[in-house]
Design a protein around this ligand. Structure first.
Ligand code: SAM
Length: 178
């Protein structure tokens, strides 16, 4: 009897792993690019913008959630990650839970539908083709004073909002305040 249970448990586990691996392959080839921000850069940027406890932090395209998890863990802010890839969302939720993080949420959503009205800090590591459209949306819907961090790519036409550029050889960070 125990053998049968172990057998079915193993079979179910294999099935889940195959589905997981298959989805990862499909998303890697056909989904949007998902290069994460290196941990060292995340820490450097957070130190620069120095989030406060009652800030509401949003990462648009949060991937596996490392930026949001870091800022919630280290600065005690309220964090939201918005991500289109369901596997990343699942992983982000699981690891946040295992890490005992509170005040953190991961939503599976297209970031063009995200409501920014209450955001104090918006983080983005997005391709320039998404950035301009997103910048327009943030400018229209975001509140005055919101800090907008764009990792790697500057935002065209936002020179007036630029408060800091952290220069690196290929991976600079642009910090704006609207
Ligand atoms: C370059 S990764 C950045 C991940 C994370 N923010 C970081 O810095 O480590 C961009 C993420 O945006 C997600 N993405 C792309 N288009 C999206 C959309 N329309 N709505 C929500 N997420 C999207 C991708 O799946 C990917 O995980």
């Amino acid at each position: 009897m125990l053998g049968l249970i172990v057998y079915f448990f193993g079979l179910a586990l294999c099935f889940i792993l195959i589905i997981f691996a298959w989805s990862m392959i499909v998303f890697s080839f056909f989904g949007p690019p998902a290069v994460p921000t290196p941990s060292k850069i995340i820490k450097e940027v957070l130190k620069e913008i120095s989030p406060q406890k009652d800030d509401f932090f949003i990462d648009l395209g949060s991937g596996t959630g490392r930026v949001v998890k870091t800022v919630v863990r280290e600065y005690g802010v309220k964090g939201l990650g918005v991500e289109i890839n369901p596997l990343f969302v699942w992983w982000a939720r699981l690891t946040a839970k295992l890490g005992g993080l509170k005040n953190i949420e991961f939503k599976r959503e297209n970031f063009f539908k995200t409501d920014f009205a209450k955001a104090d800090i918006v983080f983005m590591y997005l391709l320039p083709k998404y950035l301009s459209k997103m910048a327009e949306k943030i400018e229209k819907e975001g509140k005055t004073g919101t800090i907008v961090v764009s990792q790697r790519f500057w935002i065209d036409g936002w020179e007036k909002y630029l408060i800091k550029e952290i220069k690196r050889k290929h991976n600079s960070t642009y910090i704006y305040q609207i």
